[in-house]
Design a binder for this molecule. Structure first.
Ligand code: C5P
Length: 403
């Protein structure tokens, strides 16, 4: 009962995912939460207040200007009663209103009137989600400190496929539980070291060998771990990203530099996450001067780089060590092979051959493997995925220390 006696105001707005609200309420109540539903006019077009009243066991509120309703539990009382205001589904329209600070219905008014944290589960057509206006509103929502849970990707009610699906009731309940278990405290005292981005292997003073890694996944993991209270250092290859709040950062260019920094920083770390796309080989003989164009063909001799994560996993008193496996085929087979060969505690595998995820994308899907288990983290934003990964790493680490 992770939500015992928690008061949740559930806002239900006008999206097809509103049909899942009844299930969501039941699952929240299973965890011990008290749920009071506030519906918009659009929400009521998709599911009846009577249904939600029956499953929540409380009257459903839908009007700001109804004297009778205000006499019972008015908008200010509801706003004060809430430990959390969760809006699921949250339509593009409601998101826009909240971003603009409007108070033209009971739900948006409560959002302004409450001191409680607010979380939204966006739900809309994929084109609407990607629309410039919605994305601009989401930036404001993020800046306001409103938690954003989802959206997920997949087939939509309108037949489109893409981002915008409300994440499932079970996932929303999990978010609520994580939220109230105060993850901001849960990693305090832990040192996390995370490698991110590509490496650059010099050929001569002006040329190098590198890859398309953006570093976004590693930086998202750093942000999530830091937000959860960990002391985080990023060892960053050349990337175009700002350092997340509260994280330290060491910039490197080559795999050898990354290797050196990683071994020294990981010696005192609780967790080491190897998210960097490290070049497997470097140039054997880096020229001091720019190589001149001459022959029609030329060859460059390459020699193997050290395997950073494998060397960290060899440290005595090694940190909980997590690797990544970017594969284009047979993902499970190769990922499990690397888990064993590199002596990792966990490996996060993704299929980089799938469009719209992995390298340079804002989204990703992962499967986590450890010695005797696995879990799928379905396609979602790297930010959301990073939070789920951090929670899973911490859980595994706690399980390992108990066993
Ligand atoms: O063997 P492969 O390169 O596919 O393994 C990927 C994992 O190993 C990633 O976690 C990556 O950061 C790490 N790695 C490393 N040093 C290398 C090569 C890969 O830490 N030289």
């Amino acid at each position: 009962m992770f939500l015992l006696n928690k008061n949740i105001v559930l806002g239900v707005t006008g999206g097809i995912a509103a049909y899942k609200s009844a299930e969501l309420i039941r699952r929240l109540k299973d965890q011990g939460a008290n749920v009071r539903v506030v519906m918009t006019t659009g929400g009521k077009a998709f599911i009846t207040p009577l249904t939600l009243q029956a499953v929540s066991g409380n009257p459903v509120s839908d009007s700001l200007l109804d004297p009778e309703a205000e006499a019972a539990m008015g908008h200010i009382e509801l706003a004060k009663w809430a430990d959390l205001v969760l809006i699921a589904p949250a339509t593009a329209n409601t998101i826009a209103k909240i971003a603009a600070g409007m108070a033209d219905n009971l739900l948006t008014t409560i959002c302004l009137a409450t001191a409680a944290p607010i979380a939204i589960a966006p739900a809309m057509n994929q084109q609407m989600w990607h629309a410039h206006a919605t994305q601009a509103n989401m930036q404001l929502i993020n800046a306001m400190g409103i938690a954003v849970w989802g959206p997920g990707a997949g087939e939509q009610a309108c037949g489109d496929v893409g981002f915008g699906r409300m994440i499932e009731p079970d996932e929303l309940v999990q978010h609520c539980c994580d939220f109230f278990s105060q993850p901001t405290q849960s990693l305090s005292g832990q040192q996390w070291v995370i490698t991110a981005g590509p490496t650059r292997e010099a050929i001569d003073p002006v040329r190098y060998i590198s890859n398309h890694s953006s570093g976004k996944m590693g930086f998202a993991i750093a942000a999530a771990a830091s937000k959860a209270g960990a002391d985080v250092t990023i060892i960053a290859g050349p990337v175009n990203l700002t350092t997340p709040d509260g994280c330290s950062r060491v910039d490197v260019q080559s795999a050898e530099q990354m290797h050196q920094q990683a071994l020294s920083l990981a010696a005192d770390a609780t967790v080491f996450v190897a998210c960097a796309a490290v070049a497997d080989y470097r140039v054997a003989d880096i020229k001091d001067q720019k190589i001149k164009k001459s022959a029609d063909a030329m060859s460059i001799e390459l020699i193997k780089n050290p395997d950073i994560v494998a060397d960290v996993a060899k440290l005595s008193g090694k940190p909980f060590t997590v690797g990544f496996a970017a594969e284009t085929q047979d993902v499970e087979h190769y990922a499990k092979g690397k888990l064993a060969k590199k002596n990792l505690d966990m490996i996060a595998a993704n299929n980089v051959a799938t469009q719209g995820q992995g390298f340079n994308s804002d989204d990703n899907a992962l499967t986590l493997y450890w010695s005797n288990g696995s879990i799928d983290l379905p396609l979602t934003s790297k930010k959301e995925l990073a939070t789920q990964l951090v929670v899973n790493i911490n859980e595994r680490m706690n399980d390992d220390s108990r066993s």
